[in-house]
Write a protein that binds this ligand. Structure first.
Ligand code: ZN
Length: 896
């Protein structure tokens, strides 16, 4: 399978072309002589022909390898190269194949395959990195047993790790040593890993429920051991949780996590040897924020849960990526929720997850890169590690749980792993197992239609409308569903949508009993109505007055809900809805409505955008003694500029920015006394602990400081900025310190410069903190176009490096992807900067470049002059010869 056509253009791989492999690899015996400039790899494989497919030559994948020797059954064999593939004809039915290659880890800036980071060797093989280590059938349905011998200088690389169990180690001549590892489980090549270098480990022995002992290890560089406690605790919690919730035990004697500062993604679930971006491992209270702590817990959980959902049962092909990713995100979301002490903290986690989905995935689903949860084609698979595969995929799994119930879902998971353990399977297999374990469920009844969630891209829209019939004391909700066209999919069939609904009394705000037409009795609380037709009507009876409907509670489906709520109805929901998600959502709808009105009215920065009712409602939430600080902070956070922009047909990013800033300024001033009160109430959280309650209080105190400094900007008051600087200096943890710094920087106060300088001086040796320092500045609110020159300045800072993905992201992505008000400049300089960085990065690290390329996904929605300028910038990138497949795919889709 060649990946470029005759013109040298990359070729799309299609799901419907899937064919089983022509050969199987039963065992792999790898020997590495590790050397940064020239690593030698000896690969001995026991192979056999797949008798179920026609006889054909063996084609092994390779990428940037130097081939030295090929032996078949110990004899020199004839072979040929077709592009990067090694092709061998005339092979017997089963044989030993021995391949000797070398590669150059020190020059590997793509960070795929074998690379060096801070004098330590690491590998990254998902999705197609193993072919950069040796010639192989580099596809997930070829599963083999691995034995790995690592040889290296003992002084330079004292720790030698690979998957599975350490079976032998010892000395070699010339100061070298070796370690031999055997993985007891078969695995696809993308789960292979090795690590070699100077590392130290935090260790913990734990006993599982069945009494079995396991060794858990977190490997880091020597100076970082004091930042591993939280990752270790998260790992222990993950092991216990998967066994308790799903009956899935740890299946290895030893489970290792290793941190590297050079990593394209968050982390990687290599069997028994997870490799992590330091960002998702290292934390102590002085260097990490509450958000970091919570991300570490999620990512450690995520990678650990892959041990079953991904490693024990893997994907047949990369189109099935969401089989492991959607399921594993769902599992890590549930894990984090189950660790919460109460319902409010669970709801906060749910709201945060939905916010990610709506600000990142909804735009993706409406743009040029829109693809189904199970895509039909790709040019470069690395481009499909997307919020659609991960977060929307998790929502699809969540809907299955909603349809079969929590117990039924657990039974489905049990059946899935019983049925498919050790196999490489498809999304269909997963859905089938959940349905088969619940034969009486709505999921089983509607399974073929439910699976449209896997095949159809785009975010469905529900247009709901309510009519009260006083004579019959009934209330009828009509719901019409639709889904916009997406690339390659002009029309869509109706989805199965579990819609969680409740009704509130309009005057008292109390929850009403629910009785559907034809039912003899009413029930209390939320009802799940399963929609499956293009249009449906739901009639509730026994109602004395028109109720306020609370629709899509808990965000029970990844859809956009349109309902013509009056302001009064939204205020009722905001004050009373027992469903915390919809309570928050009511506030978001009010804020969004104000923003859209302000944008339509061409508000200037002094027009009041928010009315008194909204401000009073926000004050009530802030002062409400029944609500947790974390929830208040979410309600008081206005919809983001990206989310607001997504609601408009034509976007003027400067106008969106201006109106949202005006809203923030208004909240700052109108609630000044309330912010002072909230700060006093919440700023002292005692001895540091990252639990949801105290982190919620720190978040609200931080928000209060932010508004107090913003109000000071308007009034000229010096008291709060002064207090904020003091807080910045005295803070006992990074969350409080960073929030104070952020308050000064984002209000544009003159004290910010001094605080930034001090922050850099304190943390100059903490790479992850310096990332925050860069990112805060590049992401700060733009005032008169001042951020782009600052970003260019930051790129000249001695600490800046384009080669380190975390650092590149902290400056360039914080500006291009996370700061729309600064990036979208009328003079197009933001876009020019973007195109230069994409091209520059593409030569170093195509995966990072292609992610950056997506910052202009939504260019066609922009108003002029932005639209033409953005298009021109994309075209400039697309015109560059020798673009990577990664970036090529993103920009050509954007222009299509
Ligand atoms: Zn994953």
């Amino acid at each position: 399978m060649l990946q470029r056509d005759a013109q040298g253009q990359p070729i799309a791989i299609r799901r419907e072309d899937y064919a089983a492999p022509a050969y199987w690899i039963d065992t792999v015996d790898l020997t590495f002589d590790l050397d940064p400039a020239k690593t030698r790899v000896l690969n001995r494989m026991q192979m056999r022909r797949n008798s179920e497919v026609p006889v054909q030559p063996l084609r092994l994948d390779g990428d940037e390898l130097n081939l030295a020797r090929v032996l078949v059954n110990g004899q020199g064999a004839s072979f040929r190269m077709e592009g990067e593939q090694l092709v061998i004809d005339g092979l017997p039915d089963s044989f030993e194949l021995e391949i000797f290659t070398t590669c150059c880890p020190i020059k590997n800036t793509k960070l795929m395959g074998l690379f060096v980071s801070e004098d330590t060797f690491f590998t990254q093989c998902e999705a197609e990195g193993f072919r950069r280590i040796t010639y192989f059938l580099d596809r997930p349905d070829v599963m083999a047993s691995y034995t790995v011998t690592l040889r290296a200088s003992k002084a330079a690389y004292p720790v030698l790790l690979s998957n599975g169990n350490l079976v032998e180690q010892g000395e070699l001549p010339e100061g070298r040593h070796f370690a031999k590892w055997v993985d007891p489980f078969k695995k696809p090549s993308y789960l292979f890993a090795l690590v070699a270098g100077k590392l130290v480990a935090r260790e913990q022995r734990i006993k599982a429920r069945n009494g079995k002992e396991h060794l858990l290890q977190v490997y880091v560089r020597a100076g970082d051991l004091d930042k591993t406690e939280h990752a270790m605790n998260s790992l222990i919690n993950s092991v216990l949780w998967d066994e308790a919730r799903f009956g899935l035990p740890l299946d290895l004697d030893r489970f290792m996590i290793v941190a590297t500062s050079d990593f394209n993604m968050g982390a990687m679930e290599n069997k028994g040897l997870n490799i992590f971006n330091t960002k998702y491992v290292l934390a102590n209270q002085a260097t990490a924020t509450d958000a970091d702590y919570s991300n570490i817990e999620s990512v450690v959980g995520h990678e650990y849960f892959h041990n079953w959902s991904g490693d024990r049962v893997t994907c047949r092909d990369w189109f099935q990526l969401s089989l492991k990713e959607g399921l594993t995100v769902f599992r890590d979301q549930e894990f984090s929720q189950d660790l919460c002490a109460d319902a409010s903290a669970r709801a906060v986690k749910r709201i945060e997850d939905v916010r990610v989905l709506r600000t990142a995935q909804f735009p993706e689903d409406a743009g040029p890169m829109a693809h189904p949860v199970r895509p039909d084609s790709y040019i470069e698979i690395s481009n499909f590690y997307t919020v659609t595969i991960y977060e929307k995929g998790a929502e699809v799994v969540r809907m299955m749980q909603t349809l079969v119930g929590r117990k039924g879902f657990e039974a489905g998971i049990t059946l899935y792993f019983e049925r498919h353990d050790g196999q490489a399977v498809t999304c269909d297999d997963f859905a089938q197992a959940i349905a088969d374990a619940n034969p009486e469920s709505e999921l089983a009844r509607l399974l073929p239609q439910f699976k449209r969630w896997y095949s159809q891209a785009g975010t469905p829209r529900l247009a709901a409308h309510g009519v009260y019939d006083a004579q019959n004391r009934s209330y009828t909700l009509s719901v019409v569903q639709s889904c916009p066209p997406t690339p390659g999919q002009p029309t869509k069939e109706p989805f199965v949508i579990p819609l969680n609904v409740g009704l509130l009394d309009a005057s008292s705000g109390r929850e009403l009993p629910l009785q559907l037409e034809g039912e003899s009795e009413a029930t209390h609380g939320t009802r799940t109505v399963v929609l499956s037709r293009a249009g449906e009507q739901i009639t509730f009876t026994g109602l004395d007055a028109e109720p306020v409907p609370s629709i899509l509670r808990g965000f029970s489906a990844p859809v956009i809900l349109d309902f013509e709520y009056t302001d009064a109805q939204l205020l009722t929901l905001l004050a009373n809805d027992p469903d915390p998600f919809n309570r928050w959502e009511a506030g978001q709808r009010l804020g969004l409505r104000a923003a859209l009105n302000g944008i339509a009215a061409l508000a200037t920065d002094t027009t009041p955008v928010l009315n008194d009712a909204y401000i009073d409602a926000m004050r009530s939430v802030l002062r409400n003694p029944q609500l947790d600080a974390a929830f208040k902070e979410l309600v008081l956070t206005l919809p983001s500029e990206t989310y607001i922009a997504e609601q408009l047909d034509v976007v003027d990013p400067q106008r969106v920015h201006l109106v949202r800033e005006a809203m923030r300024a208004q909240l700052a001033t109108a609630l000044f006394a309330d912010w002072e009160w909230a700060y006093e109430q919440n700023h002292d959280t005692g001895a540091y602990s990252p639990d949801p309650t105290s982190s919620g209080r720190r978040a609200l105190a931080g928000m209060a400081l932010n508004f107090l400094c913003l109000a000071a900007r308007a009034s000229g008051d010096a008291v709060w900025p002064g207090k904020t600087l003091q807080r910045f200096k005295d803070a006992g943890n990074m969350t409080d310190r960073f929030n104070a710094l952020n308050a000064l920087v984002s209000s544009g106060h003159t004290l910010a410069a001094q605080a930034l300088a001090r922050f850099h001086a304190i943390f100059k040796d903490e790479a992850l903190v310096i990332d925050k320092w860069f990112s805060l500045q590049a992401g700060a609110p733009d005032r008169g176009g001042d951020i782009l020159p600052l970003v260019k300045q930051l790129m000249k800072h001695p600490d800046f490096s384009l080669k380190n993905p975390n650092r590149a992201r902290s400056v360039i992505f914080s500006f291009c992807s996370a700061n729309p008000g600064a990036f979208h400049r009328p003079d197009a300089a933001g876009y020019v900067f973007w195109s230069e960085r994409v091209i520059e990065l593409d030569a170093i690290n195509p995966q990072v470049a292609a992610r950056l390329a997506r910052a202009l996904d939504r260019w066609s929605k922009l108003a002029e002059p932005y639209r033409s300028a953005a298009r021109e910038a994309i075209a400039r990138v697309a015109a560059k010869p020798d673009l990577s497949k990664d970036t090529h795919e993103v920009v050509t889709r954007a222009l299509a």
